[in-house]
Design a protein around this ligand. Sequence first.
Ligand SMILES: Cc1cc2nc3c(=O)[nH]c(=O)nc-3n(C[C@H](O)[C@H](O)[C@H](O)COP(=O)(O)OP(=O)(O)OC[C@H]3O[C@@H](n4cnc5c(N)ncnc54)[C@H](O)[C@@H]3O)c2cc1C
Length: 444
Amino acid sequence: MSRGLMQYVVVGHGTAGQTAAAVLKKVDPDSEVYVVERGKHVSIHPCALPMVLGGRLPLDAVVETAPKGRVNVILRSEAKLIDRKRKILVFERDGETQEIPYDRLILATGLKPIFPKVRGMDLEGVGTVWDVESVERLLKMLGNKIVVVGGSATGIEVAAELARTGREVTLIEAMEQLMPGKVDPPIASTVAKALTDMGVRIRLKTPMTELEGSGGRLKYVVTPAGRIEADTAIVVIGARPNSDLAAKSGLEIGTTGAVKVNDYLFTADPHILAAGDVAEVKDFVTEKPTATGLASTALVQGRIAAENAAGGKIRYRGALSPYLIPVGDRWFGGVGISASKAEKLGIEYRAFRFAGSDLPRYIEGRDRFIVWMVTDPEGRLLGAQVFGRRGVRDRITFLTAAIYAGFRAQDIRLMEFAYQPEVCDLLDPVAVAAEGMARKYRLI
Ligand SMILES: Cc1cc2nc3c(=O)[nH]c(=O)nc-3n(C[C@H](O)[C@H](O)[C@H](O)COP(=O)(O)OP(=O)(O)OC[C@H]3O[C@@H](n4cnc5c(N)ncnc54)[C@H](O)[C@@H]3O)c2cc1C
C-alpha cells in the first residue's frame, strides 16, 4: 500500500460499489482502491436472474469474474464494523478478523430480502430470486405448479418468465392490485390482463398465511381464500436497506431504514459516503427521503459518490427511479411518482390516460400502447407510466428527461418526435397524452 496517496475502501461490489470503484480509479488514478465484498463472485447481474430462471440464459452468464477497473476486490469478506475513530474497516475473511485503513469509505451494501414469518418457509420447494445462489437452488427444485408470492416487479417478471415455459403459474398479492403505490390502477390492471393472457392466474387481496407440506416438501400455499396446490413457491415480497453495518458503526439511519446522506452523498461523517440501495436520498419530485431499489439509480449514485470522495462537488439532484419490466412480449415501465403516491403524500395532481397504438394503421402487427401521465395542477410532469409491445423504454427515457427538465404537458404536446412508420406512428403517444392532459385540464 503506497503511503501519502489516497486509499479508498468501498463496501460491497454490486452496481453502486463497482461503479464507484471504477470511477475512483479514473478520477484519482494514483490512489489505491479496495473493495470488500461478502460474496464469492466478483460481481453478478441480478436484473438478469429472472431470465436464468426462465431458461433463457445460463447461470454463469450473469457472473463476472473480473472487476471493471484496476481495483482490488477482496472476496468472501464480510464488513463487520467501521472503526470511525481510527478510520479502519474491520472485516471477516475465512473466519479471521482483518482490518483495512481508509481515507474515504463508500458504503454500498444494497438491500436484503424480506421473508415473511410464516410456517413452512423451510420446506423443500420454497425459494426466492435474489442472487446466484438462490436461483441455482430454485433451478434444482423447480416444479410445474408454481405459486409466486408477491406482485412486486420481480414477482411479475418471474411469473411471466415461468408462464412462458408452459408451467402452471399463480401469482398472489396481498393488496388489491399489482405493485401497489408504485403503479397506478390503469396500468396495473393492464399488466394483470397481459399476465392472465399468458396463462398466469392472479389472486389479488390474497396474502400467504402459511406454507403446508408433506414429508418436508411443499404441497400447498395457504391463503385466507383457500389452499393453492404447489410444488414450488417463489417468495418475492420485497427488500429493505442493508444498513446494519452503518447503524452498528454509529451512522445515522433515516426514516426509510437506509443510511442518511446529504446532497453530495456524504453521511454525517466527512470520510464516509453511501450510494445505491443502502443510501437514503432525496426523491427528485417530492424532495422527501427515499430509498430506491434500482440499478439505474445505484449506478448514478455510485458515480457521484466516487467523484465526491475524490474531492469533487457534484450535487445529486434526487432519485427519479425509472424502471422497465418485461411481461412476456410486452413491457411496462414508469418514472417519477404515481398518482397514488401523490395522493398519499397530499400532493395535488392531475392524471390522464391515453390508449392508442404503437404503429400506423397500415403496418402489420401493430399493438396497443398506453401512456399514463401525472402532472401538477399547472401541467408540470411529476411521473408517468407506459405499457406496450414496442418503444416503451424510449418513452420512459424521454419522460425521465422531461421531468428533470421541468417540462409541462403544454410543452411536450408541441415537441417533435422522430418518426418512421416501421417503428412508430407519426403522432407520438406521449405527445398525444400530453395534448389530452393539457386540454382536459384547460392548461392551454
Ligand atoms: C431479481 C432482481 C431483478 C432486478 N431487476 C432490475 C432491473 O431490471 N432494473 C433495475 O434497475 N434494477 C433491478 N434490480 C435491482 C438492482 O439489482 C439493485 O437495485 C442494484 O443492484 C442495487 O445496487 P447496489 O450496489 O446498491 O446493491 P447490490 O447490487 O445489491 O450490491 C450490494 C453488495 O454489497 C455486498 N454486501 C452487503 N453487505 C456486505 C458486507 N457487510 N460486507 C461486504 N459486502 C457486503 C453484497 O454481497 C452485494 O454484492 C433487480 C434486483 C433483483 C434482485
